[in-house]
Design a protein around this ligand. Structure first.
Ligand SMILES: [Zn+2]
Length: 531
């Protein structure tokens, strides 16, 4: 049976850009657009040309994307003609493949917010859609607050949608603008709309205010809608938009959808999903959500020993989909609950071939338990676990020694008379019998230590030049005077590989030093640096 085509519309650059603390530059926007294009998204909404310099520039030049690049803006203002509305003119002039207008579809909003009549609102929709169609653009209409509008006055809400469709809009998009609708309501209302407008012309735009944006999008598809709007990682103001990173694999991997529908994302593109999701976080300088469905680091992580032994035999016993399909991976957590099977599976994953009866496995398990008892947490620190394991099996070379380090923290006036606090670290290392001394200033003692450590490692320097710290987390365990500090450091290299290391000590500098050292040594091991 031929499958029906479902279209994906990404609004990360428009609705996603409304998120608090998100401020995309022109380059960010271009990079994200090309990433979305590589992922196989059908429509990319770039922003509001004419509304700000970045978006105006973005729409000033052709971009060479496969996706339909879409400009967003308001339908003409009430009481104006299309030729006398500068916002509309900017939209029509933008170099966009499609134009998405937003218009009211809730009578209450028309009265209170627009202060105009129902008839004038309908005329604005007809005029704007018509003008863009005549300009040769593909046209979409976002019906704002459609579900609230439909509940209040279904006749008026439908008339708004129908006006756009009759005027030649390719898509009429039903927006749950305040995110308050629930899946059963969406399914019922979309079902009623598709009796008037063919579902092949109906889209859904859901917000996540009741955490149902993904469910609402799927409910709309079940009821006949054939375009889904959303954002990468569910980025969006308030609680976010429908998360395409969850929707895409659900459409591709769950039978109810996969058997009936086809999307523009191929199996090969699906495998890049986790990477795309993490790349966006990287650009926003956020640590990726470990618990994100499908793509989070913990999405396929299992803790208890009995589960781990079953997963090793037959992954399908505990996993709803194979993690590789979305570019994620299975992870068996090593913790004080860990059985031997967990440790074996982890060793296999990191590529250490050890016989399952090797007595050193028991020793490794004992070491893990001992260290966890004093505060180490290997669940979140894969790379430190790998080093620990390799050390037990005698497989970590001694690349270099840190003979001593010294950190000073100084508060003083700078050249322009401002009070500043500066940290200076001096590190003495021994590489291949050679003593090297490096010094570096940092905005804090850990930063200074990190910079000094990585400044000159002699013959190893080229192996760590792409190494970068991406996250630093500190936790104080069992507070009071006996307090112990646990530091987790996340690092990344030039290939985009990320790893986490851990250090524990009553002294935060010491704990940080351990985690930094593990990160550097891990990178040297992974790069196959010679001893
Ligand atoms: Zn929205």
């Amino acid at each position: 049976m031929a499958r029906e085509r479902l279209y994906l519309f990404d609004t990360t650059l428009r609705d996603g850009a409304q998120t608090n603390g998100v401020d995309f530059t022109l380059n960010d926007k271009l990079a994200i657009a090309s990433m979305l294009d590589d992922l196989g998204i059908d429509y990319i909404e770039g922003g509001y040309p004419g509304a700000n310099p970045t978006d105006t520039q973005l729409f000033a030049e052709p971009r060479g994307l496969n996706a339909t690049f879409t400009a967003f803006g308001m339908a003409r203002r009430p009481g104006r003609s299309t030729s006398n509305d500068p916002g509309l003119a900017a939209l029509l002039e933008a170099k966009a493949d499609a134009i998405c207008f937003v218009a009211k579809s809730w009578d209450y909003h028309v009265r209170v917010a627009l202060e105009t009549s129902a008839e004038e609102n309908l005329a604005s929709i007809r005029d704007s859609v018509g003008a863009a169609v005549r300009k040769g653009r593909e046209v979409l209409l976002d019906c704002e607050h459609f579900f609230d509008g439909y509940k209040a006055d279904s006749g008026f809400a439908l008339a708004c949608a129908k006006a756009a469709y009759d005027e030649g809009a390719r898509w009429v998009v039903l927006c749950d603008t305040n995110g308050g609708a629930l899946p059963h309501e969406v399914e019922k209302i979309v079902g009623e709309v598709t009796r008037v407008i063919p579902g092949t012309h109906v889209g859904i735009h859901a917000h996540n205010d009741t955490e149902q944006a993904v469910a609402n999008s799927l409910a709309a598809v079940r009821a006949g809608a054939r375009q889904i709007q959303g954002t990468l990682n569910g980025l969006g103001e308030r609680c976010g938009n429908a998360n395409l990173v969850s929707i895409i694999p659900t459409l591709k991997l769950k039978h109810e959808f996969a058997d009936r529908f086809e999307i523009g994302v191929s199996d090969a593109q699906l495998k890049t999903l986790a990477h795309a999701s993490h790349t966006l976080d990287e650009m926003l300088n956020r640590a990726p959500n470990r618990h994100a469905p499908y793509v989070g680091e913990s999405a396929f992580a299992t803790k208890a020993g009995i589960h781990a032994s079953a997963i090793m035999k037959e992954p399908a016993t505990y996993e709803h989909v194979p993690p590789e399909l979305v570019g994620n991976r299975r992870k068996l957590l090593v913790s004080d609950q860990a059985g031997k099977s967990n440790v074996l599976a982890e060793l296999e994953r990191i590529g250490l071939k050890i016989d399952k009866d090797d007595p050193r496995i028991g020793r490794l398990l004992d070491v893990v338990k001992e260290r966890e008892a004093i505060g180490y947490a290997y669940e979140g620190a894969d790379a430190s676990f790998e080093l620990l394991a390799r050390r037990v099996f005698g497989k970590v070379p001694s690349y270099f020694d840190v003979e001593k380090f010294d950190i000073t923290v100084e508060q003083r006036d700078n050249a322009v008379g401002q009070r500043v606090t500066v940290s200076l670290a001096v590190v003495k290392v021994k590489v291949d019998g050679e003593h090297l001394i490096s010094a570096a200033e940092g905005n804090g003692p850990v930063n200074a230590l990190d910079l000094a450590l990585r400044k000159d490692l002699g013959k190893y320097q080229s192996y760590i030049s792409g190494l970068e710290l991406t996250d630093y987390r500190v936790r104080i365990l069992n507070g009071g005077t006996e307090a112990v500090t646990r530091v987790l450091i996340e690092s990344q290299d030039e290939t985009g590989e990320r790893w986490t290391t851990v250090g524990v000590s009553p002294n935060i500098i010491d704990a940080s030093f351990q985690a930094l050292m593990d990160s550097i040594v891990y990178k040297l091991v992974r790069s196959g640096a010679p001893t």
